[in-house]
Design a protein around this ligand. Sequence first.
Ligand code: NAP
Length: 266
Amino acid sequence: MATVLVTGGTGDLGRSLVRKLIEDGDVPRILSRNASATVPAGAKLFPGDLANQTGIAEATDGADFVIHCASNPTKPAEDLEATWALLETAARQGVQRFIYISIVGVDRLSHPYYKVKRKIEQLVNDSSLSSATLRATQFHSFVAGLIHRLGPGPNNEILVPAGVRLQTIETGEVAHRLLEVTRSTQTGRAEDIGGPEILSLEEMVTDYLATRGLHATLRSVSADSIPGLPWYAWTGEAHLWPKHRYGRITWHEFNEREGAAVKSEK
Ligand SMILES: NC(=O)c1ccc[n+]([C@@H]2O[C@H](COP(=O)([O-])OP(=O)(O)OC[C@H]3O[C@@H](n4cnc5c(N)ncnc54)[C@H](OP(=O)(O)O)[C@@H]3O)[C@@H](O)[C@H]2O)c1
């Protein structure tokens, strides 16, 4: 039975990790800025903020492993400093292993968030701790959230950045692989993982709408006309990893499950 600190344990990937750790009989700790966050039975909440470096000593004290999933893409520079502080504290506390989740292609894409993730990978690799990094492609849940933000707008149109292709993966499958890496002695970069298929964004939006019983007109827009997100970066190949289609759960299967959950809430 291991005590495992999951930073970002309230997030999409973190929740899957925490669930699996409980199923496996381990003791997950969740560091969150929300001191009243609801956490599953069997997990322990540690209030703290990585950006101002509070709560880290308490959360790492007595932890065997740290799996670092917390991230704030709107303030990437804070992620870098936060990871440095987390690594230093974890090393002082005698944490056995430190595992970091990164993104396929961070070394090949120029988006500012990816550049910082690459620097964090190096920081993790250079630390005195036994450490490993796993890179994954975009999560199904993440892209579903992005599609939700794209529309439909008032005229029932959904804007679709042109030329985007994605190889999305289920967070439960990423969590499974992360735990395998955590429990191994592997250091450095683990083999990148990707989802089971590469789809165009048009195909993804169409399936998203159909499985939720929604109807909208797709309107193609330039991938660099929507600010804030690396849509333009996803028109190339660097974020894809067809060599290792690790995930089994398809975008359609994910949408059928999520669509059924949405319909049952209505
Ligand atoms: N999303 C993707 O498609 C994808 C693909 C590959 C890799 N990744 C990587 O996987 C990791 C998790 O992604 P995700 O999509 O699951 O994230 P998410 O759902 O956006 O959750 C972000 C988490 O980070 C925590 N967090 C943010 N700032 C924090 C701070 N200052 N102090 C403490 N906790 C903080 C949040 O916790 P509280 O709000 O509770 O404080 C939350 O649990 C990230 O490193 C991301 O780069 C993501």
